[in-house]
Design a protein around this ligand. Sequence first.
Ligand code: PBG
Length: 310
Amino acid sequence: MSSNVIRIATRRSPLALWQAEYVRDELMARNPDLQVELVGIATRGDKILDTPLAKIGGKALFVKELEVAMLEGEADIAVHSMKDVPMEFPDGLFLPVICPREDPRDAFVSNHYASVEELPQGARVGTASLRRQCQLKERRPDLQIGTLRGNVGTRLGKLDSGEFDAIVLAAAGLLRLKLESRIAQFIPDQLSLPAGGQGAVGIECRNNDQRVIDLLSPLHDQDTADRVLCERAMNRRLQGGCQVPIACYAELQGDDLFLRGLVGEPDGSRVLRTEQRGHRSDAEAIGIAAAEELLAQGADKILAELYAEQ
Ligand SMILES: NCc1[nH]cc(CCC(=O)O)c1CC(=O)O
């Protein structure tokens, strides 16, 4: 019957299609007889483009319709940017595979300036994320930050039309879409700590679908998975995602994880930071410890005020 076919539910944005095609190609390279089909699906997040994400419900907006398609049997897997995946999965679904990470840094894109440091006083910078805004404003309170939404092409268009002097995006998206030439600066993580999961792609499927789980397992990268598990544990404890100025980034140093995290005010006036280390087998505990330390420094108050505003 359909045992030779695997269907990937995907949004139709260029980045989502790149991710789905990446997984398709990886599966086909390992299974020459497998038929892989893409099932295009529009999500609410794709339809509402004029409002900051924080105001309309955040990242889950890009995921729900894909999950319904899998639960109803219209598709077998969905490929996600780990940055956009909610912490909990609906009954019947799970995320067993995380692929090797692309460059996790933020990218500074400008037609006139080579780096954040070179921006003139009062320059206009576009970004969709409070995390980027908070860190930019901490260093450069003079910058005027404007909201930037839409897919990568739309965002670059707003830069090119002169609406902004510079924009900040995930480097991973630009690299995947072969737009590396647009990157003026890979922003050092000391200046812009990435979002949890940034640059990593994960694959969700039905948790009882052993055929599909077996096909996917060679695509898994345990180093990336441990790092992302650690980062997401911090986010989960803080109950935050890209709606709030939270950053967290874990690196492997031998078998130890080194996690840096921060929570800040959107205007950069106050930024709390933490660093945690521990064995990779304790990935979740390290993430939770980071969250606890930030809460003890006052992150709970910052986050409560932000959620009250939304
Ligand atoms: N929030 C949207 C989103 N989700 C994933 C990426 C980029 C690719 C990645 O992080 O894997 C982007 C674009 C951006 O933040 O500029």
